[in-house]
Design a protein around this ligand. Sequence first.
Ligand code: NAD
Length: 425
Amino acid sequence: MATSLVESQHKENPFEIAQQQFDIAAEILELNDGMRQILRVPQRELTVRFPVTMEDGSVRVFTGYRVQHNITRGPAKGGIRYHPAVDIDEVRALAMWMTWKCALVNIPYGGAKGGVVVDPKDLTRRELEHMTRRFASEISILIGPEKDIPAPDVNTDAQVMAWIMDTISMHRGYTVPAVVTGKPIDVFGSLGRMDATGRGVSITAREAAKHLGVKFDEATVVVQGFGNVGGASALLMGNMGAKVIAVSDVSGGYYSSRGLNIPAMQQYVRDNRSLVGYKEPGLEMVSNAELLELKCDILVPAALENQITVANASRINAKIIVEGANGPTTPGADEILYDRGVFIVPDILANAGGVTVSYFEWVQGLQEFFWTEEEINERLERIMVRSFSSVLDLALKHKIAMRTAAYLVSVKRVADATTIRGIYP
Ligand code: NAD
């Protein structure tokens, strides 16, 4: 087992992880050196530092980023994250993963990501709006319906997208709905977008269970993170018959061997902003570290990167891991889990439902013609099932991990497009 001591001692750099994952695929695909140089690094990176006047009259300068990893297959696409731990390497990694994700589900986008170094809990709503609008203004040189289309990520939501859309529309002097996705329905958002990532997670979890002969309606599920992705994944997997025995948010884990009341927990979060203080009969508290090691059939990490590492991979007690979050498992942990026979549905496949319905939202916005929720969910189901089965077939054929197989499909698509287009000039 080639796990380094260094990895277990400090948080790994997500961009180095993304590059390691790419290198594995590049090696198997026998990409030439030029192609590796092109695809290993982001194409464009913008760092912005911008002032916001706070409610008390003081001025605070924020740092934000927008990175476009690759735009060979279409406009750049990727979320915007507000978090104190945002840095350029995290945004680079997330942008690169977006390139592979869009290629894997075969939608005509490149990959991008953005972020602001901030804990939004420290801001009033007015300050959050001003910061968002000024950030949108700063990155307006990059974004646009035909260029780069942001969406929600950690700590950003439909309201934040509405402010960005309005800011860009004010600059242009007319309404530009397709500049962002994940907008509220009232301003040209798409039906089904709110729970699309969780829906994709639950579809791929169901397909993985089917493949392994695990009965979904008898399966136990643990979910880390109870936001947009974790909350919808828990709800939908519960609706599909699985028993969700534990969920967590940043405040800690909530466990019940009888199965949790997920709709009640979601309502509690809507009313109280977090799960702190949530109570139901039979509930026990566990730490986030303990939660990841609970015995279950399906574990869904849906919070942040670097959660399953060489430090805890040997104690993970799940048959299937479905990566709702981006980058929750490090390459060292991947090896340990593969050797232990744990089946991983990798992030670029498992959480691709979000960008897929974002694509539907963008198409609807450009055409000003809106689809029904049934149409959206049917198309999403078709794309997720098709993508899962093409990755699984390749994994079985070459006896490789699902992550490696997913990278082979997506990196090859981007490399082929690059070759066909040629190098300008
Ligand atoms: P969110 O802000 O809606 O929710 C994040 C959740 O994680 C919250 O419940 C928060 O309390 C919890 N959390 C934060 N730090 C934690 C920690 N250390 N331990 C346990 N829980 C913690 O964010 P989201 O949109 O649900 O995104 C979650 C993950 O899914 C991210 O990796 C994101 O990049 C990825 N993702 C999101 C989308 C999307 O459509 N929103 C799509 C694809 C992937």
